[in-house]
Design a binder for this molecule. Structure first.
Ligand code: FE
Length: 342
């Protein structure tokens, strides 16, 4: 198996070389918060390349981490794949991942998008953006009327903001990023301001916030970019025709970018194959497919986004490393509670 890892690492994974590798009987167990139907094309591509099957256990990130803790050293998990650096950080913090030695992952995954201890690596990127109503908010002036996330707390947005519950980790990571950029005190003031500006009590998921803007219940919604791309590419595109996406940025904080990512499980029965699988997911071939399937931005700097995502304007990502979202998660949750973000 060492050879397989090395071949992928060096980018010389031609099928003729790998066909000679005796991996056909092996399989890798993937604990995934992404649904099997979405992952299937990638899993099949890996099997075609290596002969190794991928068996998937699908559940939420939190459930998978709890399951790994309960299974302990008898866990069949080889790879944990989940969304949000906050979840990946929790898995590592609970001792459920292991540090890996991969020159390939270090060379293609930018340092801001992975664990400094090499226990997990970002594989795709999503911005927590703003979707706004173009008939009530001008495309020409949103950069000045709103600016960055801090702008969402300004009085001009009173009764106009839609966002889901703070129990959701996407919002916890956003609050953590605001704490990292502006300090705890200003971040709490900000959350109070946003709560005061809500058009309605938080309910539903990110897509429901976009629907609220389209329906005139709110003028701006805080949502992950891929949900908007997904809706634009679906039969819902007509009903959200009066909306556009904006990537909040100001002098102090760039656009909040989070990851989906993976790590090798602490007690992985097949650690070398597990690493080969993660390296495969970071390869240009898999990166195109992965980003396309999920409507996300590739993490590999040489791979271009596709579909609706490719049509969007570029933006400046915030420079706080995503590992901070995990470290500051408890502070973020307490801040949201104190400020009354349900
Ligand atoms: Fe999501």
């Amino acid at each position: 198996m060492r050879f397989l890892t090395l071949a992928l690492t060096l980018g010389i994974a031609s099928s003729s070389i790998l066909a000679a590798t005796p991996t056909a009987a092996e399989s890798v167990n993937l604990y995934s918060s992404r649904k099997e139907a979405l992952m299937r094309p990638l899993l099949d591509a890996f099997t075609e390349k290596t002969g190794a099957e991928v068996r998937i256990v699908a559940a939420s990130g939190g459930q998978l981490i709890q399951r790994m803790i309960a299974e302990g050293e008898y866990s069949p998990a080889d790879v944990l794949l989940t969304v949000d650096a906050g979840n990946l950080w929790r898995a590592a913090d609970a001792g459920m991942l292991q540090s890996v030695d991969s020159k390939y992952l270090l060379s293609v995954v930018p340092s801001d998008y992975r664990d400094p201890g090499n226990q997990w690596f970002g594989l795709s990127l999503r911005a927590r953006a703003v979707v706004y109503a173009t008939d009530r908010v001008s495309s020409d002036s949103i950069a000045t009327d709103l600016g960055g996330y801090i702008g969402l707390a300004a009085p001009v947005w009173e009764g106009r903001v839609a966002v889901r519950s703070s129990g959701n980790i996407y919002n916890q990571s956003l609050i953590a990023a605001v704490i990292a950029n502006f300090g705890a005190e200003r971040a709490e003031q900000w959350v109070r301001g946003v709560v005061g500006n809500l058009a309605r009590p938080p309910s539903g998921g990110d897509r429901d916030q976009i629907r609220a803007v389209a329906a005139g219940e709110a003028d701006v919604a805080i949502v992950n970019s891929y949900y908007y791309a997904l809706m634009l590419g679906s039969e819902e595109s007509n009903s959200i025709g009066n909306t556009a996406i904006y990537f909040p940025t100001d002098d102090q904080m760039g656009t909040h970018v989070n990851v989906s990512g993976a790590g090798v499980a602490r007690y992985a029965p097949h650690p070398e194959l597990a690493l080969a699988f993660i390296e495969f997911l970071a390869s240009p071939e898999a990166q195109s497919l992965y980003a396309e399937i999920n409507n996300e931005f590739p993490v590999h700097p040489d791979v271009q986004p596709s579909g609706e995502v490719a049509k969007w304007e570029s933006f400046t990502p915030d420079d706080v490393p995503v590992v901070e979202f995990g470290k500051l998660n408890a502070d973020a949750v307490r801040t949201a509670d104190r400020a009354g973000w349900k």
